[in-house]
Write a protein that binds this ligand. Structure first.
Ligand code: AMP
Length: 215
């Protein structure tokens, strides 16, 4: 399976991808996680990306496309992948189509996780992540058992700098201007599936799992 998850920040793309990657035995590829790893490791890419990320803006297409060109040619992506956070602009989507053509691969589905802006702000401002293993929590809907400690690996659980409210508002504005046009891009080629993702994640998970039967 080769699936793209699109949707505003906080739609649940990372949570859903992590939950179902075992079922599909595909690589879960999150550009946000890859960039954060580069920032932590202090790589050249990380240094270039950090300012954009802190402001809630998009990292330039060229950097992202080069990073993804390398990532999609890794052995673990050969058996399929679930892309979370990429593409985020029409330029990135066109580059991905070209890359897939070069590799003689096709996308199975592009799934839009549809969530209203107010829900996004509420969810992201209460989102917490493990700084060690990346597990995702929510102070209201899914808190850690012990405050600030990851249930999975006992790492420190923190709030991402870009989950502060002013940055969330900028990320949403960027989503509407740069990423929402992808909905039409994929819809006009019949590849788009929409799923309401404002409620608890079970319905979305069932929907994603059902894509296997469609294939
Ligand atoms: P995410 O974890 O997907 O919310 O991504 C966190 C941040 O990384 C975003 O706010 C952007 O600054 C950057 N980012 C992640 N993916 C992309 C992408 N495909 N294109 C440009 N910037 C990205």
């Amino acid at each position: 399976m080769r699936i793209i998850l699109i949707g505003p920040p906080g739609a649940g793309k990372g949570t859903q991808a992590a939950a179902i990657k075992g079922k599909y035995e595909v690589a879960h590829i999150s550009t946000g996680d890859m960039l954060r790893e580069n920032v932590s490791a202090g790589t050249e890419l990380g240094l270039e990306a950090k300012g954009f990320m802190d402001a809630g803006s998009l990292v330039p297409d060229e950097l992202i496309i080069n990073m993804m060109r390398g990532r999609l040619s890794q052995p673990d992506a050969a058996g399929g992948f679930m892309l979370d956070g990429f593409p985020r602009t029409v330029t990135q989507a066109e580059a991905l189509d070209e890359l897939m053509d070069e590799m003689s691969l096709a996308l199975d589905a592009v799934v839009l996780l549809d969530v209203p802006d107010e829900t996004v702000v509420g969810r992201l401002s209460s989102r917490r992540v493990c700084s060690s293993c990346g597990a995702i929590y929510n102070t209201k809907a899914h808190p850690t058992k012990a405050e600030g400690i990851c249930d999975v690996c006992s790492g420190g659980v923190i709030q991402r700098d870009d989950d502060k409210e002013d940055v969330i508002r900028n990320r949403l504005a960027v989503y509407h201007s740069k990423t929402a046009p992808l909905v039409e891009y994929y819809d006009k080629t019949g590849r788009l599936h929409r799923v309401g993702a404002a409620g608890a994640g079970d319905a979305v998970r069932r929907y994603l799992e059902s894509l296997k039967d469609v294939k």
